[in-house]
Design a protein around this ligand. Sequence first.
Ligand SMILES: *[C@@H]1O[C@H](CO)[C@@H](O)[C@H](O)[C@H]1NC(C)=O
Length: 194
Amino acid sequence: MYLRTMTLSHSFIFLFSLTLISTQLTTTNGVFSKQSNIILPSEQQTTEKLTHIHFYYHDIRGNKNPTMLQIIDTPQNVANGFGSTFMMDDAMTEGPELSSKHIGRAQGMFGLCSLHDIAECMLINMVFNEGKYAGSTLSMLGRNPITKQNRETSIVGGTGIFRFARGYAIANSVNSISTPEHYVVEYNITVSHP
Ligand SMILES: *[C@@H]1O[C@H](CO)[C@@H](O)[C@H](O)[C@H]1NC(C)=O
């Protein structure tokens, strides 16, 4: 009983001081905006987890069960295929072979978005279906200069156990086993999350 009361009064004091702090830090700028400091659930904890995820994804093109489709074509006179846009739902696997364990799908779209070199803008949700990550997603957004290696994009958020996630992804084409119809990309993702 004593312990319980202590806990209660502690949380009351905690809540009270939170209210006090947030009231003090609220600033009003005219009528159109108001800003106040928030304490995210991730910051209430003293530690965050750092998770490293390693997988391969497979762009399957061509007529037979493609997992990647061009949805917008561009005129011939446009440099670097600028504007060409694709939709994908690629298998993510543990190893470089498509026959290795499937850990999820990389679903999203990307388009060639540079007039000056070959680079894509990526907008991809990684949907995990394996182990404790099953049902959780990570969202990736970034520039992907596909002719280079160690291409870095940002992980801008997530759902499920990846709520409040942030981090980065490093992508490398696996040229030794890729063909025009089956393109393999290795991904190393590093995220911190509560
Ligand atoms: C990706 O992760 C694997 C496995 O942890 C590691 O062997 C490899 O060096 C990493 N590659 C990059 C480019 O970070």
